[in-house]
Structures are given as structure tokens and as C-alpha cells.
Design a protein around this ligand. Structure first.
Ligand code: GLA
Length: 708
């Protein structure tokens, strides 16, 4: 095989690249060991009539210049010139993690550097960089990362959403034009998660081939899946630049966000496992050995009504029910009595805390809990001392009015005075108080992102990263949660600087089932903030028993969101029960392999499980979302277990109305395995499964399987 071919291997996926005369992904799929130069030559396709006379190979950065009619990888110009560059590889550098391919266009005076890494979990990560080698500025409209997909990848699953309804999956067939997703909200967004899955027809959790991608970027993005007229298809992802946003001076370089991608030949579960292992080993490795502490967050308990003596009582009660980290939410600074005012005034509200935060912190610490606090540094209310002193600190186009969002505006983080002010205030907060954790919020979409008149989403996003990087360096022991009106900023790039996501402002367990499932395709459970709220949900006003609320929060990074002082003794007991259950299985939940099981009645039910790495233990949750479609709900086939082992099955938690004596509203008798001590082989459990009980809608149950 000639030296221009690079073969990258992981435990269950391979990649073959061509590096010269341009970078091209030749193969991405199952491991392949037996091939030679002729195999590579054999990739040369037929040339149909009445088209260009040669085959136009599809490079990692497709070019208009060679006769590629799809969206090019790069679009830009030098005052109207150099708009159709053609790059030729000059240098290929191999290293342990992957390959760097440097390609130049000496006429356009541009350099394109493509970096491709491949880890043992089968996750490919790639980014492109463009350097302007010319003396005059080069304007970049678009710079993307492109990966080819096979013709059999015909079905797409993407994620849409909104506030309190994040990560809703939808599916479509990809024909002809394909699919285009644009996020212009200025943050990762609830609306379009920057990730999707393309696969063979009707791929499921266990079946089918899938190619999953995630663009790690917290600003605007564009992702398209396109089908060319020769049937070839590709996925192209990029940070979306506003008009005039990017201009490169001589020797300046623009780099795309990282695109993370993985292939699975066994449906979505294996894809998720690739992503989860990759995140655990590469993105959140630093928190691997510390159990994720159970939270109590004060927001839904007291909102802006802060009284330190009362808050201390809350902490005492929290400790009693098993909480391990106590977080004071919004309302502790400036004159923050409601959400109309004080954002930006990061000084303690002495009316509410006359003796400072210290008494509360010492009390929390004396109970053995960690202490956390809420901030929203990127924002400002017009009703604030900060705005009265510095009206020009806004991210804005001063000639126009812009709408507020939650009565607030965005600060221009590229303004050094703003950046320094925030760094100074956060350093005061974290340096002078014994704080273990901050909940970093960002509660509005960005309109008129103007920095000195120029568009600034990219600069704003990179400045945020820089601020977080500095804080992480200065205060390495402080963990940060990324929150943005719930799940508006969830992506791998922000996760490199944070340890947890606030998944959604909805603590409605029924909504959460879908939201958390959507998020689980890309993120392991230990970064997914999941709280048990009160019986009456504060966002949807639905009511759920503790059983559904508890089992829904159990599987993430668990917390509670309530006023434990007001909770009745019965409620406290219930919260405590699920906290203890979570702690019992936390190690398994946060280090095992998560699975979403394919069920026979997917309209009405979903099931989630976690199997230990050694396949000795597992837990499974069945969540009955709606009335079962049929009188019976079918069988639950468990995956991830060893066929040759026998497993004991033990029901751990059921809806209150179901027990062996009284078997519920819609059942006369429970299935055998729920009444009798049962041992079955992994093979049986996978191929035949367990007959499901008939559960009431909006209830859940938990059982465990243990190898004998
Ligand atoms: C946002 C967050 C909430 C809470 C409030 C406080 O809505 O998502 O969890 O912190 O802000 O104002």
C-alpha cells in the first residue's frame, strides 16, 4: 500500500484516509484488516455520461475549484478574489493520536490544516484550520468539517427543543436535498442540539448501522446532511458566522470547532457507549474517582426570598435526608429581589446577608456538606449599578434598540474592562469564600451581538471559554455546572470547562424521561443534573408520586429541588429513600454501560438500564409514560448481559399501588418473575426476556439483576 494511505484503528471501528494530493476519508466503519493497494484503487467508481469527464473525489474539505457542486468546505474571499481555492497536501504528520495534513494553495495564499484523531473507543475527532498567508485580509464566510456517509445511511435522527422541553428527538428520511439545521441563538441552544445520528433504515437502540456526530461548540452552528445527485451523501458541520464576522489578517488562523463522530454496527446503544467512554476518558477524566455528590438546590424552595437563618435550617434538613452538596441559587447579590434587577452587581446583598455568606457556609460545612452558589456572569439588567455606571458594556449595536430577554442584556466579554471586572468579582467570590461549586447560568438568547460594531458571537463564545479556563486554573477545586435556562448550553466544549449540566428547568418527571433519554445519546449519566422536585411540578403543574420522580432523577447526577423545612415528615422520608437508593447504585450508574432498551410498546413506555463493566450487575427501570397500547405491554429483553451467566432478578421499587397482594388497577396478577424468586440466564433474558407488568400511566419500577 502506498504511503499516502493511513489506517486508523480502534477496538471496534476503523478509518482509512488518503492524505495526498488532498485529505479524503476513504472508509469509516467495521474493522477491516485484509486490504492492499488494489483495494484502494478499486474504490474508483464508474463515470456516468453527461457529467464531468472524471470522477470528482470527495475531499475532507470539498472544493468548488475541482468540480464539486455541493456546499464547499470553505467559502471566503480576498475582496472578491481568491474565492475558489484549491489545496494540495504539502505535509503529513503522523503521531500517536492521529494525523495532521497541511495543504496549501500558493495562488490564493491560504493554508488548510486538517487534524484527525481517533481514539480506542471508536470516536473520531476532526477540525480544520485556515491560515491566511497573504498580505491582505481574507474574509471567511464559512469553514466547515465534512465527513462522507455511505449511501445506505438514509435515516436521520436529530434533536429539537425549547425551554423545559430539551432534547426531543425527531426522525426523517434523507433524500435529494437532505437536511439543514441552523442555530442562530448565540448559545448552544435548546432549539437544535449540535449533534445528530444518521443510519440505515429504521435503526434502533440495538439494531442497525449508525453514524453519530456532535459539533462541540457553544455558539451558533450549521449542520447539514446532503445528498448529491450521484447518490453520495455527507455531513457537514460548522460554527455559523454572521456576515463579516471573520476576517483573517496575515498569518492569522481560524479553527473550526471539533467535530466528534462515531460509527456503530449495533444501533444507538453502542454509539452512545463509544461517546460515553470517550467523554469519561478524555473530557471529564479529572472527576473520575470522586462520587458525584447529591445536591439540594434552593431555587424552587425559596426563589429570591433569602434569609440566612432559614437557609441554614434548610441545610440542616438537607443533611438529614442525605444531601451532600447544598447550593444557594439566584437572589444573594445586589438588590436581586426579582428577575428585573441587579444582574451584574456581584456584591453580596447586605440587607439579606448582614453577616456575610460565612455563617451559612460554615454551617453547611459543619454538616459535612459541600457548598455551592449561583452566578450568571455574562448578563446585566438595566436596573443595576453596573449598567448605571457602564451602559456601554453591553453587547449591542448602539444605533438600534434590542429586545431584552428575561429583562436582561448580554455583556460584551471581548471588552477587556468587562472581562477584567467579571474575573475580579468571581475571584472575590471564589477566593474569599469556601465555595466548592458554582452553578453558572446564562438565561437569554443573543440579539445584536455587536462588539465595536462588528458581529461577535464567535468572540463572545471564545471569551467565555477563556474566562472559565482562567477560573479553572485559579480555583481547580471548584466544580462548575453549565446551566442556560436549563439545558440551553450542553455540548462537549463547555464540558471541558465544567463538570455538570443543568439538563432542564423542568423537574416534571414525565417530561424529564424524554429529555434525559435524548441527552443520553451523547452524554454519560454522571454529567446529567437530575433533581427530584415537589409533588406539584413548578413548570407544568402536573402532579406525580414520588415513585416516578425518584426513579427518574435516580439515573443522573441526582439532586433535590425543594424546601426541605416545609416538606412533611412523610415527604422527607420519601426523598431520603430515593437518595439512599441512588447512593447505593451510584458507582454502577456513573461507571457502567448505559442502555436504552428497545420495547414492544414504544409509544407508551421506555426502559433504561445500566450494566456494570464486568457484566455482573445491572439495574433496569421501566417507565410507563402513557396508558399501554394493548392489554399487555409485551416482553422486556435485557441486553448487555453475559449469555453464559445466570442472573438473579430482584424488584427494588414499584409504584405504591402495586405489590404482590394488590397488583394494581389494571392487573389481576403480577407476572411470575415479580412474585417468585427468579434466576434466568443472560441468554434467556436477552432473547426471550421478561413479560412486563401492566403499569398505570406515569409510574415507574426498578429491578436489579445480579450474576450468581
Ligand atoms: C434559570 C435556571 C434556574 C434558576 C434560575 C434563577 O432559569 O435555569 O435553574 O437558577 O435561572 O434565576
Amino acid at each position: 500500500m502506498n504511503a499516502t494511505t493511513v489506517h486508523l484503528q480502534s477496538k471496534d471501528t476503523d478509518i482509512i484516509l488518503r492524505t495526498k494530493p488532498y485529505a479524503q476519508l476513504l472508509y469509516w466503519g467495521k474493522p477491516i484488516q485484509h486490504f492492499n493497494q488494489q483495494s484502494i484503487d478499486c474504490l474508483q467508481p464508474a463515470i456516468p455520461n453527461s457529467r464531468l469527464d472524471i470522477d470528482i473525489p470527495f475531499a475532507l474539505c470539498p472544493e468548488e475549484a475541482v468540480g464539486n457542486f455541493s456546499t464547499p468546505g470553505l467559502e471566503g474571499h480576498r475582496s472578491g478574489q481568491d474565492w475558489s481555492p484549491h489545496f494540495t497536501t504539502e505535509q503529513v504528520i503522523r503521531d500517536e493520536r492521529g494525523v495532521t495534513i497541511i495543504a496549501d494553495d500558493i495562488h490564493a495564499q491560504l493554508r488548510l490544516t486538517s487534524r484527525i484523531e481517533f481514539d480506542n473507543n471508536g470516536v473520531l475527532q476532526t477540525q480544520n484550520s485556515l491560515t491566511n498567508l497573504g498580505e491582505t485580509p481574507y474574509q471567511v464566510n464559512r469553514l466547515s468539517v465534512t465527513l462522507p456517509l455511505p449511501e445506505r445511511a438514509i435515516e436521520l435522527m436529530a434533536f429539537n427543543g425549547r425551554w423545559i422541553k430539551e432534547f426531543q428527538s425527531h426522525r426523517t428520511h434523507i433524500d435529494h436535498c437532505g437536511y439543514l439545521q441552523e442555530n442562530r441563538r448565540g448559545r448552544t441552544s435548546h432549539e437544535y442540539f449540535p449533534g445528530m445520528v444518521i443510519g440505515t433504515n429504521a435503526f434502533s437502540e440495538q439494531q442497525g448501522e449508525v453514524w453519530g456526530i456532535h459539533l462541540a461548540w457553544s455558539g451558533n452552528h450549521r449542520i447539514q446532511v446532503a445528498v448529491k445527485s450521484n447518490g453520495k451523501r455527507f455531513i457537514q458541520a460548522e460554527a455559523l458566522y454572521l456576515a463579516g464576522e471573520i476576517q483573517l489578517a496575515q498569518n492569522e488562523t481560524l479553527t473550526t470547532p471539533w467535530l466528534y463522530a462515531t460509527y456503530s454496527d449495533q444501533g444507538l446503544n453502542k454509539m452512545s457507549q463509544h461517546f460515553h467512554h470517550f467523554v469519561r476518558q478524555n473530557i471529564i477524566a479529572q472527576m473520575k474517582n470522586k462520587p458525584r455528590p447529591v445536591h439540594l438546590n434552593t431555587w424552587e424552595g425559596i426563589y429570591f426570598d433569602h434569609d440566612p437563618n432559614y437557609i441554614m435550617q434548610m441545610a440542616t434538613k438537607a443533611a438529614e435526608i442525605g444531601v451532600e452538596r447544598f447550593i444557594i441559587d439566584d437572589g444573594w447579590f445586589g438588590t436581586r429581589d426579582d428577575d428585573w434587577q441587579a444582574l451584574g452587581d456581584w456584591y453580596l446583598d447586605r440587607r439579606k446577608y448582614p453577616h456575610g455568606l460565612e455563617p451559612v457556609i460554615s454551617h453547611v460545612k459543619s454538616l459535612g456538606l459541600e457548598f455551592g452558589i449561583w452566578v450568571e456572569p455574562e448578563m446585566i439588567n438595566k436596573n443595576s449599578d453596573l449598567y448605571r455606571a457602564h451602559p456601554d458594556w453591553l453587547l449591542q449595536l448602539p444605533a438600534y434598540n434590542q429586545p431584552s430577554g428575561r429583562h436582561q442584556y448580554v455583556l460584551d466579554l471581548q471588552n477587556p474592562a468587562v472581562f477584567d471586572y467579571l474575573l475580579e468579582r468571581l475571584t472575590w467570590l471564589l477566593g474569599n469564600h469556601d465555595i466548592d461549586y458554582i452553578k453558572w447560568d446564562m438565561n437569554r438568547e443573543i440579539v445584536q451581538a455587536g462588539h465595536q460594531g462588528s458581529p461577535a458571537i464567535v468572540g463572545q463564545t471564545e471569551s467565555l471559554y477563556r474566562l472559565l479556563d482562567i477560573l479553572q486554573q485559579k480555583f481547580p477545586h471548584v466544580e462548575i455546572e453549565s446551566c442556560s435556562s436549563g439545558g440551553g448550553r450542553i455540548d462537549y466544549e463547555i464540558l471541558k470547562r465544567t463538570q455538570r449540566f443543568w439538563t432542564s428547568d423542568s423537574n416534571d418527571a414525565l417530561e424529564r424521561q424524554t429529555i434525559q433519554r435524548g441527552m443520553s445519546y451523547f452524554f454519560p449519566p454522571e454529567v446529567m443534573g437530575a433533581h427530584i422536585g415537589g409533588k406539584l411540578c413548578h413548570t407544568t403543574y402536573r402532579q406525580h408520586d414520588i415513585n416516578l420522580r425518584g426513579l427518574t432523577a435516580l439515573v443522573g447526577h441526582m439532586g433535590v429541588e425543594l424546601d426541605p423545612v416545609k416538606a412533611s415528615p412523610q415527604e422527607q422520608k420519601e426523598f431520603s429513600h430515593y437518595i439512599q437508593l441512588h447512593k447505593k447504585f451510584r458507582e454502577l450508574l456513573h461507571h457502567g454501560n448505559s442502555l436504552r432498551l428497545d420495547v414492544d410498546d414504544p409509544q407508551a413506555m421506555q426502559s433504561y438500564g445500566v450494566v456494570s463493566q464486568d457484566q455482573q450487575h445491572a439495574i433496569f427501570i421501566i417507565a410507563q409514560l402513557k396508558m399501554p397500547t394493548y392489554a399487555l405491554s409485551g416482553d422486556l429483553r435485557l441486553t448487555g448481559l453475559r449469555h453464559d451467566l445466570n442472573y438473579r432478578i430482584e424488584v427494588l421499587d414499584m409504584p405504591e399501588n402495586i405489590n404482590p397482594v394488590n397488583s394494581g388497577h389494571t392487573m389481576k396478577q403480577l407476572p411470575y418473575w415479580m412474585m417468585e424468586s427468579t434466576t434466568l440466564s443472560g441468554e434467556w433474558l436477552q432473547n426471550i426476556g421478561l413479560p412486563l407488568p401492566v403499569l398505570d400511566p406515569e409510574t415507574a419500577m426498578l429491578f436489579k439483576v445480579s450474576a450468581l
